[in-house]
Design a protein around this ligand. Structure first.
Ligand code: PMP
Length: 287
């Protein structure tokens, strides 16, 4: 079965799917996006993703001429037509196609594209046993990284640096504060307290982050939303990261230095049980 994509109302083979060369997403990064996990054919945390998508559109003044109901139907239709039970759906909305000019075009309708890719979530459960390593990189992004735009060049360069270093992720550090990863949120555990950077304009408010805070607090675990330094991270008992495509992974090395024992620890293990139980509850999926 060929891969299918959605482009402005039409589902077509991915190989033929395209946007105009003057799409503002291409020329200016003038576009927002969402990535959602699909397990057992069900979209995880769909409502919070929709809320964030609408907030991003509002922040940038992009008008999408489609309500949440039809958007949900189109997303589900594309997932069903692609036929993958475990996959991710990528949705991108740009300000539209117009003659290149920095200021907003008058009447150009937004361009909405969606793609679906098969994704192996079971590998994330296997990775819980070993954990992953991160490196650090200076956070040289703009001042509104809370808006999920396609302008991801600093994130791309940071992730490539991580890949070249044999690490899974790059943690973006500003001054001595660890903000987040290039595509994940960053966490440490010290004396039983679970610590992550507060939301605001300096991090992307991750859906997996907010879900984990909920789950941890419901289980009477202590969560502190406050900035933490790289020195604190290096001295932490445990560390981990969260995202849609890596719902929770232990971080066992930072810049080659072991975190805690250098092995995944008990707090992350307990959190992972909560996270994957929530996935099973929402979607019915079990590895
Ligand atoms: N931070 C950044 C910079 C990201 O790109 C992402 C992934 N979108 C995240 C954090 C994690 O967000 P989520 O849990 O919504 O995937």
């Amino acid at each position: 079965m060929p891969q299918l994509a959605y482009v402005n109302g039409r589902i077509q083979p991915l190989a033929d799917a395209s946007l105009h060369v003057e799409d503002r997403g291409t020329q200016f990064g003038d576009a927002i996006y969402e990535v959602c996990a699909v397990m057992n054919g069900q979209i995880l945390d769909w409502q919070p993703h929709l809320v964030r998508l609408r907030r991003n559109l509002a922040e940038l003044g992009i008008t999408l001429d489609m309500e949440n109901g039809p958007l949900t139907l189109q997303a589900r239709r594309l997932i069903a037509r692609n036929g993958h039970k475990q996959c991710i759906i990528y949705m991108q909305i740009s300000r539209g196609t117009a003659k290149r000019d920095h200021a907003f075009p008058g009447a150009a309708p937004a361009n909405l594209v969606m793609t679906v890719r098969r994704f192996d979530f079971a590998q994330r459960i296997k990775q819980l046993a070993t954990g992953i390593g991160v490196i650090t990189q200076p956070d040289n992004r703009w001042g509104r990284v809370d808006i999920k735009t396609t302008g991801l060049l600093p994130n791309v360069l940071a992730k490539q640096a991580a890949k070249q270093a044999g690490a899974f992720e790059a943690w973006m550090v500003s001054g001595d504060t660890v903000r987040e990863g290039s595509s994940t949120n960053a966490w440490i555990v010290k004396d039983g307290r679970i610590i992550t950077h507060p939301v605001g304009t300096a991090i992307l408010p991750g859906i997996a982050r907010s879900s984990l805070i909920h789950l941890a607090r419901a289980a009477q675990m202590l969560v502190e939303e406050r900035p933490f330094t790289l020195a604190e991270a290096l001295a932490a008992d445990e560390a981990f990261l969260t995202s849609t495509t890596a719902p929770i992974l232990p971080v066992v090395r930072i810049d080659g230095q072991a975190v805690g024992t250098g092995m995944p620890g008990p707090v992350v293990s307990r959190l992972a049980d909560l996270v994957w139980a929530e996935v099973a509850q929402q979607t019915g999926w079990r590895a």
